[in-house]
Design a protein around this ligand. Structure first.
Ligand code: NAD
Length: 326
């Protein structure tokens, strides 16, 4: 499917990821981009920079209401199914979080079926692997949830449901689908809802207040931090591609320790504060692995996507953005 000249809808259109996908769709020449969001977790402030582009249509609507989706998906060729509850909001409000992540995905697909939408690109997560112990995690690896906190496991389960709802609707009704399993996404417009990337912004906030950065345990916990612009590019490439009914890791394949992350943030902010090693009890955490590594070979082979932004460049971009915020 061509992006130029096409009409697309983004559920969760004013989210961290949705806003970045919208920006790239406009750059690629889309005819119209519908931003569908109920503003429960975010707000139209997120899309201030593009809202005045005549091709943007902002619709306040709820994916739990099929009539609202039906109106929004008129003449839409492709849907980016991005609306969802991350682990933190889902842990705080499981009833709504599970409804949005699971029933919401059924609704999106049901409406796509009746609106003849060709393809859905779904925002899934590497949370679908749980606390993986594989040396390099591939798309065929199973979900290992037994050592996880319940909120993190429920989030992973809800994403597995979302992926399989997509596969079912492709098999039964021909609505094509691709699921993108993101690692820890961060970037400009960073929010406080993402279980791992929140650490970047929390650390920046502490440094700004003149407080020492806090590093849990020995700081050797690793995450695969991926910049939101790389994620948005993967979304567009997945929509354009002829491939469907597949799940892909969208990760850099590079693990960064919390120690290194803090070092970069201190460097970019020009601070000489000494980090303090302290573990805060009761904090919600996803994985605390010291050896995490996600393979991105499948998406490179089948869709041609490769990450482009290093952690050093990405953190610099986020901090520069933070410095422009009131
Ligand atoms: N941020 C990450 O690190 C990450 C990693 C893996 C997967 N994901 C997935 O990517 C998607 C977007 O992540 P994000 O960080 O941009 O999240 P976000 O919290 O910024 O965005 C979620 C959006 O969904 C909207 N929303 C919630 N319920 C809705 C409903 N019922 N109807 C319509 N809109 C609704 C919210 O208002 C918000 O704008 C989510 O599905 C998330 O699970 C994110």
């Amino acid at each position: 499917m061509k992006i130029a000249g096409g009409k697309f809808a983004i559920t969760g259109g004013v989210s961290l990821i949705g806003a970045s996908v919208a920006e790239q769709l406009l750059e690629a020449g889309a005819r119209q981009v519908v931003l569908f969001d109920n503003y429960s977790l975010s707000s139209p402030d997120m899309v201030q920079g593009i809202i005045h582009d005549g091709r943007i249509k902002l619709i306040r609507g709820d994916i739990l209401r099929t009539n609202e989706l039906f109106d929004a998906f008129e003449d839409v060729q492709g849907v980016f199914a991005i609306a969802g509850f991350l682990t933190l909001p889902l842990t705080l409000n499981p009833m709504l979080g599970i409804a949005v992540n699971v029933q919401g995905m059924v609704n999106v697909h049901e409406v796509c079926r009746y609106r003849n939408v060709e393809k859905v690109v779904f925002s899934s997560s590497v949370a679908t692997y749980g606390e993986t112990e594989a040396e390099t995690t591939q798309e065929t690896d199973p979900w290992a949830w037994s050592k996880q906190q319940p909120g993190a496991a429920l989030y992973g389960a809800s994403k597995l449901m979302g992926e399989n709802i997509g596969r079912l609707y492709e098999d039964r009704y021909g609505v094509k689908s691709i699921s993108l399993r993101y690692s820890s996404v961060y970037g400009e417009r960073q929010h406080y809802r993402a279980i791992n990337s929140i650490y970047i912004i929390d650390t920046y906030d502490r440094i700004k207040r003149g407080e020492r950065p806090i590093i849990p345990d020995d700081g050797l916990e690793v995450h695969d931090y991926i910049h939101v612009a790389d994620i948005a590019r993967a979304n567009l490439m997945a929509m354009e591609s002829d491939v469907s009914r597949e799940s892909f890791n969208v990760a850099t394949g590079v693990s960064t320790t919390l120690n290194r992350l803090v070092e970069i943030i201190l460097q970019v902010t020009g601070s000489d504060l000494e980090p303090e090693y302290k573990t805060i009890p009761g904090k919600i955490r996803a994985t605390t692995s010291k050896t995490l590594k996600f393979s991105n070979r499948k998406i490179e082979r089948m869709i041609g996507w490769r990450p482009g932004i290093s952690i050093e460049e990405g953190i610099e971009r986020v901090i520069r953005w933070c410095q422009t915020q009131p």
